[in-house]
Write a protein that binds this ligand. Structure first.
Ligand code: SF4
Ligand code: SF4
Length: 179
């Protein structure tokens, strides 16, 4: 590790850094401004100018591997694929998954979730829950990104919410690009 250097008086007040920051911002601003003007006249089209995406009206393409809001998958008979093994709840570093299991009468599975909630206000979208699931029951591919809310309660996803998009294909087109 490098040695910690004492700041001199100018550095102490961050004066040079503030001036340097203003210079960098100004250079980018005027360069961009000039490029946009030139593009209007059909000049220097090969040089890309920076743009601001007018989200949500204008959507930026995102990778299809992006982790977005969760969903719980269903079996062919329509029941949740989740077997309430609690692996996702255990691995979740944000402690935002809450599951209550119930016994089920089935020769294939022992349990199913009675309650399955994810508090997206706490979720850090790490994807550990998806990695830990032995049943491929939970996925983060809904391409729902607008999860912000003024009320914390409305950011809590219930089992019903999570089953909303099960078994749908190409949610990138449905939920993201066409919305
Ligand atoms: S993405 Fe990470 S933080 Fe969010 S629910 Fe899954 S494990 Fe928890
Ligand atoms: S890890 Fe999968 S099967 Fe286990 S409780 Fe979580 S979603 Fe259900």
């Amino acid at each position: 590790m490098g040695e910690k250097k004492d700041l001199n008086k100018i550095q102490f007040f961050y004066l040079t850094e503030i001036i340097r920051g203003i210079c960098i911002t100004s250079v980018h601003f005027f360069k961009n401004f000039a490029l946009h003007i030139l593009h209007l006249f059909g000049v220097a089209k090969d040089k890309k100018a920076m743009v601001t995406y007018q989200y949500p009206e204008e959507k930026r393409e995102i990778t299809r591997r992006a982790r977005t809001r969760h969903r719980i998958m269903k079996r062919e008979d329509g029941s949740p694929r989740c077997v309430a093994c609690m692996m996702c709840e255990t691995v979740c570093p944000a402690r935002c998954i809450y599951i209550v299991a119930k016994e089920v009468e089935s020769p294939e599975i022992e349990k199913a979730p009675e309650i399955f909630e994810i508090d997206t206000a706490k979720c850090i979208y790490c994807g550990y829950c998806v990695e830990a699931c032995p049943e491929d029951a939970i996925r983060m591919d809904t391409f729902i990104l607008d999860t912000a809310s003024y009320k914390r309660d409305s950011m809590l996803l219930t089992l019903e919410d999570l089953l909303n998009h099960s078994n749908e294909e190409d949610l990138y087109e449905i939920n993201y690009m066409k919305k």
